[in-house]
Design a protein around this ligand. Structure first.
Ligand SMILES: NC(=O)c1ccc[n+]([C@@H]2O[C@H](COP(=O)([O-])OP(=O)(O)OC[C@H]3O[C@@H](n4cnc5c(N)ncnc54)[C@H](OP(=O)(O)O)[C@@H]3O)[C@@H](O)[C@H]2O)c1
Length: 327
């Protein structure tokens, strides 16, 4: 699989990575055996980048990755985790002592002395403007607790503020065929600054696979049931912030644009891979089959101008008004 260098470092990672929120919680039930099989399928397909967080299953996702990698010392996978969402979301919690404690816990969960990449996990907006926060992150690097750091953001404005910081390696942001605003300023600014872009929620929580209908019922313990209106966390994380009924209809149109040889999900991933400035796209997978199909998107040819234009037109007609003013 093609690899790209993650910004401001010499570290390479695969253009298709693996999101592992699914291996923790919030997406219905995934048992440990299946979780390990997903990691195995991704790695066997050339994925060398896993994205996790201390809060996914309250550590279960990190621990599952550690279990998997300890049995596969032949693999070189860059593991990114996130920190900051196990406490109240107030700027006062983003201080060095807490960072050290959160980092200790993640290092234990991951079974490593130094974490490859740590991202602030969608902190309160004020955090991005705090010199003390970024000084504290520099301290974690100096103490060799982490190799580098980045941020995971909700809005384009937060991304731009973070990109202006000198030692931010990467920005993780929602970017997909139903979330195009980052193309306007964030991706060009990241490219200019040499900051990596990790594209999350690439399938709009699965919508862009085209497989859901208005009658689809998700499990009760799946955020696609309980966070449709932002009840538990930012609404933008669920279906990319698109109202479900609109999303299902627009996804049917999107699916019809898939060229021969592409599934709609692969069309969605290929569209992201080809956006200038993107380092890696991190679809979440709930089965080995999904992990393999997602990795295969890296090998598909680039999309035609006609397809790109049609995807843009669909976004402008059906989605843009719902999302651009918010994120
Ligand atoms: N705040 C943050 O920093 C943040 C927030 C959200 C996500 N993330 C990261 O980004 C990753 C990706 O985002 P996400 O998981 O929320 O959303 P996503 O990747 O857009 O959607 C994942 C869902 O898409 C479906 N899917 C995956 N591969 C498929 C395939 N090949 N064919 C058909 N359907 C497929 C599955 O749904 P079914 O379960 O219905 O099969 C899966 O659960 C997460 O795992 C996490 O690592 C970070």
């Amino acid at each position: 699989m093609d690899e790209r260098v993650i910004g401001r470092s010499n570290q390479q990672l695969s253009v298709v990575g693996l999101g592992t929120w699914q291996l923790g919680a919030d997406w219905g039930d995934v048992d440990d055996k299946e979780a390990l099989a997903v990691l195995e399928a991704a790695a066997e397909s050339g994925v060398t980048f896993f994205d996790t967080a201390d809060v996914y299953g309250d550590g279960r996702s990190e621990q599952t990755i550690a279990t998997f990698l300890s049995g596969r010392p032949d693999l070189h996978v860059l593991v990114a985790t996130k920190m900051g969402r196990r406490v109240d979301q107030i700027p006062e919690n983003y201080v060095l002592d807490n960072f050290r404690a959160w980092n200790d816990r993640s290092r234990r969960n991951l079974g490593v002395d130094r974490i490859d990449l740590v991202q602030l996990h969608c902190p309160p907006t004020a955090v991005y403007s705090s010199d003390e926060v970024f000084d504290a992150l520099d301290t974690l690097v100096a103490e060799e607790r982490i190799a580098r750091y980045g941020v995971s953001v909700e809005t384009c404005e937060e991304a731009l503020t973070a990109i202006a910081r000198p030692n931010v390696t990467s920005v993780q942001i929602i970017l997909n065929a139903f979330r195009m605003k980052p193309l306007l300023q964030v991706l060009p600014a990241a490219q200019e600054a040499g900051v990596g872009i990790i594209a999350r929620v690439p399938l709009a929580s699965g919508l862009l696979s085209g497989k859901y209908t208005k009658d689809t019922v998700f499990p009760e313990n799946d955020h696609r049931t309980y966070n449709r209106h932002g009840e538990a966390f930012d609404q933008g994380e669920t279906f990319s912030g698109v109202d479900y009924a609109t999303g299902v209809e627009a996804a049917a149109e999107f699916s019809a644009l898939a060229p021969e040889g592409y599934t709609p999900a692969q069309l969605a991933l290929r569209w992201i891979i080809d956006q200038p400035g993107v380092t890696s796209v991190i679809p979440g997978a709930r089965s080995p089959e999904q992990a393999r199909a997602n990795a295969a998107a890296a090998k598909l040819p680039a999309l035609s101008e006609d397809t790109l234009t049609a995807i843009r037109d669909l976004y402008d007609r059906r989605i843009k008004d719902q999302v651009e003013s918010r994120w």
